[in-house]
Design a protein around this ligand. Sequence first.
Ligand SMILES: Nc1ncnc2c1ncn2[C@@H]1O[C@H](COP(=O)(O)OP(=O)(O)O)[C@@H](O)[C@H]1O
Ligand SMILES: [Mg+2]
Length: 337
Amino acid sequence: MGRVLLARDPNLDRDVAIKLLREDLKLAPEERRALFDRMQQEAKASARLAHPNIVALYDMGEEPGLGLFLVFEFVEGPTLEDRIQKGPVGVEAAAELARELGRALRTAHAAGVLHRDIKPANIILAQSGAKIADFGIARIPGSTLTLSGGVLGTPAYSAPESILHGKFSPASDQFSLAATLYEAISGRRAFPGEDSVTVSNRITETEPAPIAELAGVDRHVDAALARGMHKHPEARFPNAEDLGEALAEALLYKPRAKMATLPDERRSREREHRASRRDLTILCLGIVLGASLMASVFLLWPSPAGQNAGPTPAGSAVRGSFVEADAGAPASAPTRP
Ligand SMILES: Nc1ncnc2c1ncn2[C@@H]1O[C@H](COP(=O)(O)OP(=O)(O)O)[C@@H](O)[C@H]1O
Ligand SMILES: [Mg+2]
C-alpha cells in the first residue's frame, strides 16, 4: 500500500528512506483514512524503539500533494526474502540472525510494541547486521487502531492463536520469528501451501518437517524451532531473545571430535601381540613360583636321623606344619604323617 523511496537529506547530507502512501491506488476515503492511521501507528511504534537491529525512524510529516510521509534511516541491502531465494543463508549467518532478531524483538516487546508481521520480507540485511523494518501493523499500548476484516499479518508466518482467535502477543511474534528463521536455515517454508486456507490449516494442525539433517546441523535446532513454533503460546520460550540464543547455540554446536580409530587389521594384530606377551609373562612367573616351591620343600624336608643338618632341641616343635614332637619321643626321630 505504500511506496518506499531512496532520498537525500541535503541538510544533514545523508541518504534516507521515505515511506509514502501510494497515490495511484484510487482508495476510498475510509481506506485512505485506515492507511493513514496505520502509518501514524508505525511512526509511533518506531519512535519508541532504538536498537541497532531495528530500522530507525528519523522524522514524520505531512505535505500538501505528498500526504503523510515517514523518514527512516536508509538501510542498504537485500531483504531476507530476497536472500532466501538464493538458498539457505548458512549456519553461521543463521546463528547471527537468530541472536540479532531475537534481541531486537525482545527490546520492542519490552517497550510495549508488538510487530505482528515478522517475516523475511520485513527484515533487511545490512552490512552491520539484520534490521527489522515495517512496524506498519504494530500494536502499541493505548492505541485505538483496529483493522476491520481480513487477517492481520501474513498467514505463512502467523501464530495459530492469531489465525484462530485474532490474538497477538510477544509469543505470537516469537512464533513468526521462528518460522522466519526456519526458512532462513532450510530455504523452505515452515508451513507451505498454495493458498492461505491450506497454509492456515497447516499452521493450526501440523508440525513443520524437521530440517536438522537437511541443513547438516544438530537435532537441537529442530527442538528449538519446534518450541518457538509450539501450538500453545505458553509452551514457547519465555521471550524472543531466549529463542534466538537457544537456536544460535544449537546451530553452532559441534560434537567433540571422535577418537582416532586404527584400521581393523592393525588393531587386531596389536591385540594378538599384547595377548602373547601376557601369556609369556604368566609362564615365566609360573616357572619361578614352581622352582621356589620345590626349593623350599627340599630345604624343609626333615632329614633321616643323624643326617639332620642342625641340632633340634628335644621337645621343641619342628618348623613346618607336619611335626609336633611328642614330649616322650626321641627328638631326632619324627614320624612322617
Ligand atoms: N529504511 C529502509 N531502507 C531501505 N529500504 C527499505 C527501508 N524500509 C523499507 N525498505 C524497502 O521497501 C520495502 C517495503 O517496505 P516495508 O516497510 O516493508 O513496507 P510495506 O508496508 O510496503 O511492506 C522493503 O521490503 C525494503 O525493500
Ligand atoms: Mg513489509
